[in-house]
Design a protein around this ligand. Structure first.
Ligand SMILES: [Zn+2]
Length: 405
């Protein structure tokens, strides 16, 4: 991705690297990595289901204070926030406290003979939390180099039904305190997520008069209407770029083969890397469902009742893309390259960065270091090979983005 700011940021990172104190902190981050992994394990072993992040938040806040961060506090929602550097709006650096696992899931961590750590949540997002805590004392140590402040912490409600609620709250209540937003989510440092796909999910329920398959033949059927709608949705044309998708992920309804179905449901997921393209797709999806219902009614005898459809939107996630000429993206790319990670902008994933991106606030998601597998399952594992590169890249990115005006 061509970025006119790339050279500027490469130069800025070169200047940072020539600073002995910055170099010392990069070395300290590598030396502290065993401690960072210990923190990661300890946080993983505190259950933290979405909406129940309090215990993990308290532990995180204590550690953030111990790192020398000022004004550490919990906000109304349970987000942890503290301040590094001058009280000038700069960066918000966060990771998410919640996991997809319930309170009863075994969250104990063990290391196997190959050195791999196993534990539910060890990567998503305890690696992110540990990485934020790892860089905190290093940023404090060089805070006199900053011209803008860093609001640093951890947020609630990223996963599933949390609906990015922690991030939404931060954008509503703290937006005047930062210009750039970085969330550290997951592990792999070579992947820089700059695209937050917008998402809309629906449950559509079709209802009708029902009846006997033989005796009432000719009445409209909820199953037939759902089938027509499904075919119509899968006929909707979508662009490959920006990537845009539809999926009818579940279809259910009816009673048995001798009954005309009085009820049927489909569950539909629509996503696009471009909000306006998703908005247009939602309009066409609704029209396709309405047309399917109208067609079923037109072809049948509706004297006993018509098919109707009700749509419930079950998920609305706004999205956006970091502009390719963004200084934040160039800073991250240059910083990661400087620590030896061949990082590329343009990763796409739904993360807390979706919310700022949807509002035009420069945002991206960085990996916390190491490599994970099987996230969102109890088989989740973390390979710590060279995992110090994550904190090093985040630390240098936080310093490099400070130069953008
Ligand atoms: Zn996550």
């Amino acid at each position: 991705m061509a970025n006119p700011l790339a050279d500027l940021n490469t130069e800025r990172v070169r200047v940072l690297l020539s600073n002995d104190r910055v170099q010392a902190e990069l070395q300290a981050l590598k030396a502290r990595e065993p401690e960072t992994i210990r923190t990661q394990i300890e946080l993983t072993e505190i259950p933290s289901p979405t909406f129940h992040e309090g215990a993990r938040a308290a532990s995180f806040a204590e550690r953030l204070s111990a790192a020398g961060v000022q004004d550490v506090h919990l906000d109304d929602q349970g987000n942890v926030l503290g301040w590094i550097g001058p009280k000038v709006p700069g960066l918000l650096l966060t990771a998410h406290l919640d996991t997809v696992f319930d309170q009863d899931t075994d969250v104990s961590v063990h290391q196997d003979e190959q050195g791999i750590y196993h534990g539910a949540g060890i990567v998503d997002d305890d690696r992110g939390l540990a990485a934020v805590l790892a860089v905190a004392p290093s940023l404090v140590a060089v805070q006199d180099l900053l011209t803008h402040g860093i609001l640093i912490g951890a947020n609630v409600r990223e996963e599933g039904k949390g609906d990015l609620g922690g991030s939404r709250y931060l954008l509503e209540h703290e937006a005047e305190h930062f210009r750039n937003f970085i969330t550290v989510d997951g592990s792999a440092p070579e992947r820089i997520v700059t695209i937050g796909p917008a998402c809309a999910s629906f449950i559509v329920t079709f209802s009708g008069p029902g009846g006997h398959a033989y005796g009432n033949f000719g009445r409209p059927s909820a199953v037939h209407a759902a089938a027509r709608a499904t075919v119509a949705i899968t006929d909707l044309e979508v662009p490959g770029d920006p990537k845009t998708i539809w999926n009818v992920g579940a279809i259910r309804g009816g009673v048995t083969e001798t009954s005309i179905a009085y009820s049927a449901q489909i569950e539909v997921d629509l996503r696009s890397n471009e909000q306006s393209v998703l908005d247009d797709l939602v309009v066409r999806f609704r029209a396709a469902v309405d047309a399917a219902v109208a067609e079923e009614n037109r072809l049948r005898d509706t004297s006993a009742g018509e098919i109707t459809a009700t749509m419930v939107q079950t998920c609305t996630i706004p999205g956006g893309t970091l502009p390719s000429e963004s200084g934040l993206g160039a800073a991250a790319e240059a910083a990661l390259r400087a620590v030896g990670v061949e990082a590329a902008l343009g990763g796409a994933a739904t993360t807390d960065a979706n919310i700022p991106l949807s509002l035009g606030v420069p945002a991206l998601c960085l990996g916390g270091g190491g490599h994970g597998q099987n996230e969102h399952s109890t088989e989740e594992l973390f390979d710590p090979t060279d995992s110090h590169l994550g904190p090093q890249g985040i630390f240098l990115t936080a310093l490099a983005q400070d130069g953008e005006d």
